[in-house]
Design a protein around this ligand. Structure first.
Ligand code: BG6
Length: 480
């Protein structure tokens, strides 16, 4: 098997893909037949590339994972090919080392503008066979039309089952655990609807800024970088109907139905359904942070949003009347990805008014640590009277599984190698998510929604608190 990584000298390859392959190699999960080829436009010989990979592994692996002798053996399966994607003839070198009978994985760790060009050149060299797969990263395109164009061009040479569209959130253990929690327990399913749920919150907050990706990010923004893919995928897993089986098609069919049920945004409703923001300077963990517009690669006049919060409606029987609040942002107070299921009040309070009855809350924390917390009411021990108190049933996964976690890219790469598609996005899902996102983006420009500034290190613009306050609720910003 050959793994060709286009963009082999780039950040994704060096920071995520090669460390993930190294970990598989170290754990003897890679077959001895696997060869990895970094592909890039720089003139590097194989030894220099191997040295670069080694240098980056020292940075990107935990010191406990890095074993000199294993790294040296790993480098032996790594090679380098110089290809300028614009020069068709450069692809000859691929033809020389492989044929369309081999299992070839073409991983496009490059900007989507090269996807079509590379697929055409691979086809011209006749090295795409029935055993080949192509792997592309989110965002697939920049809007619905460009995503259709990319999908069309890949479909010319690859069947849908040969195309792996990555949203790395689907490779996260915690995200998959949502399926176990929802469909491996009878407990939640019966109340997982408008019968008992008041509203749902999904937060993906980052403390990171642009990480040297200013020019990409300034063209993209939080809506297209995070909401269109990661947040909508989480939303689908939270809201979907039980699939008939844990196989790729059943799950993807159910996710698609959720996307199709999303109520389109209307320009005249944006003011009470949406907040966009951009960070200004501030501090995170006592470290001074410069404002977004002063980041390298960002236009000083930029109106790109680094934060978005919105109220969404899923128009189906299960979720009718239940708002979903989603928010994501850069340079926020904490790195935190979580889902909060806020349950309704009990129908009739039998306790006296001094006893503070609180509504149940299920908090599913995806990052940085994985946990499930159910807040319930208990009777506080006392000599007299009957006083209620809220306490958590708390399940912290690290208490049970210490070192068993595969990183998202490790899991996804193994699934690609083993040809298992369930954790990847199907074409119709991606396009449906773009359809919703395009409508959202259009309603923002039609309504001329203004960009609210927020301090780096905060939980976003104060207007996002108002958005949820209208539901008599507030974002879960509580410290643990
Ligand atoms: C990527 C986005 O898809 O996800 C980045 O392009 C973002 O902007 C990253 O920082 C967040 O991923 P994670 O795994 O760190 O939550």
């Amino acid at each position: 098997m050959n793994i060709f990584i286009f963009g082999g000298t780039g950040d994704l390859a060096q920071r995520k893909l090669l460390p993930a392959l190294y970990r598989h190699f170290k754990a003897a999960r890679l077959s001895s037949q696997v060869k990895v080829y970094g592909i890039g436009s720089s003139s590097l010989d194989i030894l220099s590339y191997q040295q670069e990979v080694k240098n980056k592994l020292t940075i990107n692996l935990e010191s406990i994972e890095y074993e000199e002798s294993t790294v040296n053996r790993f480098l032996e399966i790594i090679s380098y090919i110089k290809i300028d994607f614009n020069i068709n003839k450069d692809f000859d070198s691929l033809k020389k080392i492989t044929s369309n009978k081999d299992r070839n994985l073409f991983y496009l760790a490059v900007s989507p503008i090269f996807y079509t060009l590379i697929a055409d050149s691979l086809n011209n060299q006749s090295i795409i066979g029935s055993l080949s797969s192509i792997i592309v990263e989110k965002p697939i395109g920049n809007d619905l039309q460009s995503s259709i164009d990319i999908n069309e061009s890949l479909a010319l040479y690859f069947n849908e089952s040969q195309i792996f569209r990555i949203d790395h959130y689907l490779g996260k253990e915690a995200v998959q655990n949502l399926l176990a929690l929802r469909f491996g327990n009878i407990l939640f399913e019966k109340i997982w609807s408008n019968v008992a749920v008041d509203h749902v919150q999904i937060t993906v907050a980052e403390t990171l800024g642009l990480e040297k990706r200013g020019s990409y990010y300034d063209q993209t923004g939080a809506i297209k970088d995070m909401l269109q893919n990661h947040l909508l995928q989480i939303l689908c897993l939270v809201a979907m109907e039980p699939p008939t089986h844990i196989n790729s098609e059943s799950i993807r069919d159910e996710k698609l139905k959720v996307l199709r049920s999303l109520r389109p945004f209307k320009a005249n409703e944006t003011s009470d359904h949406l907040v966009i923001g951009q960070y200004k300077d501030g501090a995170i963990n006592s470290k001074t942070i410069t404002s977004y517009i002063d980041e390298i690669g960002v236009n000083q006049e930029s109106n790109t949003e680094t934060f978005v919060a919105l109220k969404l409606w899923i128009d189906n029987w299960r979720w009718s009347g239940v708002p979903f609040f989603l928010r994501t942002g850069k340079r926020m107070a904490e790195k935190r990805s979580e889902i909060v299921i806020q349950f309704k009040s009990v129908p009739h309070n039998i306790f006296d008014s001094k006893s503070k009855q609180k509504d149940n809350q299920l908090i599913i924390r995806l990052q940085p640590e994985e946990s499930i917390k159910l807040k319930i009411m208990i009777k506080k021990p006392s000599a007299s009277g009957f006083h209620l108190q809220e306490l958590p049933l708390d399940l912290l996964f690290d208490d049970y599984y210490e070192d068993d976690h595969l990183d998202a890219y490790e899991r996804l790469l193994m699934d690609i190698i083993e040809n298992k598609p369930s954790l990847f996005m199907r074409r119709d899902e991606v396009e449906e998510a773009w359809r919703f996102t395009d409508q959202l983006v259009n309603s923002i420009s039609e309504s001329e929604t203004s960009l609210a500034k927020y301090n780096a290190g905060s939980w976003g613009p104060s207007s996002s608190d108002l958005l949820i306050a209208n539901q008599n609720a507030k974002w879960n910003n509580e410290e643990d």
